[in-house]
Design a protein around this ligand. Structure first.
Ligand code: FES
Length: 106
């Protein structure tokens, strides 16, 4: 279980307990958090689960696969803290993770 804070583009935050083995994307979708579309259902094929990782957390995450980077290249306004939330799995190590949502998805 990891307590994840999702911050919408307008600044509204949502704190959710995401069980281990669920992705950060699934944690958002299952809790009706606006701003994550997840059109491909987590197959790393749509880039509509794009989030910006809080800078304090970015280096603590598992590294990106090439396929994730390829999809991030077509995400809406990616930056150096961008990740696809479907590619990050909740674990105890991510307890307290903060992610920010873009103003729109790709
Ligand atoms: S849900 Fe489609 S890339 Fe993450």
């Amino acid at each position: 279980m990891a307590k994840i804070t999702y911050i919408e583009h307008n600044g509204k935050s949502h704190v959710v307990d995401v069980p281990n083995e669920l992705s950060i994307m699934e944690g958002a979708v299952q809790n009706d958090i606006p701003g994550i579309e997840a059109a491909c259902g987590g197959a790393c094929a749509c880039a509509t689960c794009h989030v910006y990782i809080d800078d304090k957390w970015f280096d603590k995450l598992p590294k990106k696969e090439d396929t994730e980077q390829d999809m991030l290249d077509v995400a809406f306004e990616p930056n150096k803290f961008s990740r696809l939330s479907c590619q990050i799995t909740a674990t105890e190590d991510l307890d307290g993770l903060v992610v920010k949502l873009p103003s729109k998805q790709a």
